[in-house]
Design a protein around this ligand. Structure first.
Ligand code: SAM
Length: 375
């Protein structure tokens, strides 16, 4: 396969993290859990990127050619502190957010992450419920971290793994990291008592699609739920091309041929993965089809970048600067109003209008990188 050349100079963080100024509104409203955007979508979940750094260089996410030693990673003082993150999480919870996913970059690279987990595990919704707290990791240091994360109050997690073939996996992570160590990380999480573990596999046609059935076979009956993600045109540096997207329909067909599957109802409205279960009762798999079966119409998710910008879409090209509000002495009520205002103005539906123009990195419409905004 011929690899495409990736342009070396890429704008990585639009406006270098300055972002738009959120509007607080003239009259302060009491926070409530039914803030709807312009398309009638209610804010329910939040992804928070805790670091823009990663120890992998997955070719579809943080290609080496762009994320090299000259890359302008955020300086420590630009990152939201744990106190700022948990303050934001508490404010979001007063606005109806029930689920928070920590991501990155590689979240386990953020020093003392378990301290943040512990702080977030104390947050309660207005009904007095703890948040549904989870984390996405590449699993590389999970063996070291799993027990501390569990003890801090994390109950579930998602591990990314793009195949079992060691040669293919090392090529995809591009830092020569072995499959065995990620599998060992998953085993460590199971030993630590995590019951709800998911594994995400990004499928890139011609690269790792021959691993689909092997991955299904490996995790079938293990209690781990395997999910297949269509290769997406996130960011502007991964050289995305529709020809490399294997539609989820085909993923399901390939598994079904060997291990018969039947569809399962969604757990809740707005669930991004479509669920399928093995007819023999040995578990389920999911597919996330953000390219071929878009779910913008039911997207209830906001994102906070590593430096405190609120993004309304994974494919956005600008964010709203909440760090300045957090550090500028604004009250919780003012910040809650700014969030409500920002969400109420949301009108994006990128995946529904995706075309060769929008997805093309050479256009003026450049999108922020996933490692910064949080995958
Ligand atoms: N480092 C963590 C990890 O590896 O899971 C968290 C961050 S990573 C950006 C989150 C998820 O996004 C991973 O499952 C990764 O495979 C997925 N991802 C990254 N780039 C993608 C792309 N272009 N298309 C589809 N999924 C992608």
């Amino acid at each position: 396969m011929v690899e495409k050349a990736i342009p070396k100079v890429i704008p990585i963080r639009i406006d270098e993290g300055k972002g738009l100024a959120p509007s607080i509104g003239a009259e302060l409203l009491s926070p409530h859990g039914n803030t709807q955007d312009m398309r009638g979508r209610t804010l329910r979940d939040l992804r928070i990127s805790v670091t823009d750094r990663c120890n992998f260089r997955c070719t579809y996410c943080m290609p080496k050619e762009v994320f090299d030693h000259n890359y302008p990673y955020l300086a420590h003082q630009e990152l939201l502190s744990f106190e700022e993150i948990s303050r934001l999480a508490s404010i979001f919870s007063t606005l109806g957010v029930e689920k928070i996913r920590l991501t990155g970059g590689e979240p386990l690279l953020r020093k003392n992450l378990e301290v943040l987990i512990e702080m977030l595990s104390q947050v309660r919704t207005p009904e007095g419920k703890p948040l549904d707290l989870t984390l996405t990791t590449n699993g590389s240091i999970l063996r070291k971290k799993a027990a501390a994360l569990k003890a801090a109050g994390l109950h579930r997690l998602t591990v990314s793994l793009d195949g079992l073939d060691d040669v293919v996996f090392r090529k995809m992570n591009d830092v020569d990291f072995p499959v065995a160590d990620v599998l060992d990380g998953i085993a460590a999480a199971q030993e630590a008592g995590f019951e709800n573990i998911k594994v995400n596999m990004v499928v890139k046609k011609g690269m790792n699609d021959h691993e689909i059935v092997a991955m299904a076979k490996h995790f079938k009956g293990s209690g781990v739920i395997l999910r297949f993600i269509e290769f997406m045109d996130v960011g502007s540096s991964n050289g995305w091309n529709m020809a490399e997207v294997l539609p989820s329909k085909e993923v399901i067909a390939r598994i079904h041929e060997v291990f018969p599957l039947e569809p399962v109802e969604a757990n809740y409205s707005g669930e991004v993965a479509q669920r399928w279960r093995y007819v023999d009762g040995s578990g389920e798999v999911g597919v996330i089809s953000s390219v071929t079966q878009t779910f913008c119409h039911e997207c209830t998710r906001a994102r906070i970048s590593t430096d405190g910008q609120m993004y309304l879409c994974l494919f956005a090209n600008e964010g709203f600067d909440f760090k300045t509000l957090l550090r500028g002495g604004k009250s919780d009520l003012e910040i809650a109003n700014a969030i409500m205002h920002t969400w109420a103005g949301r009108n994006d539906h990128y995946s529904e209008i995706r075309g060769s123009h929008t997805a093309n990195s050479s256009t003026a419409n450049r999108k922020v990188e996933m490692s910064y905004i949080g995958g």
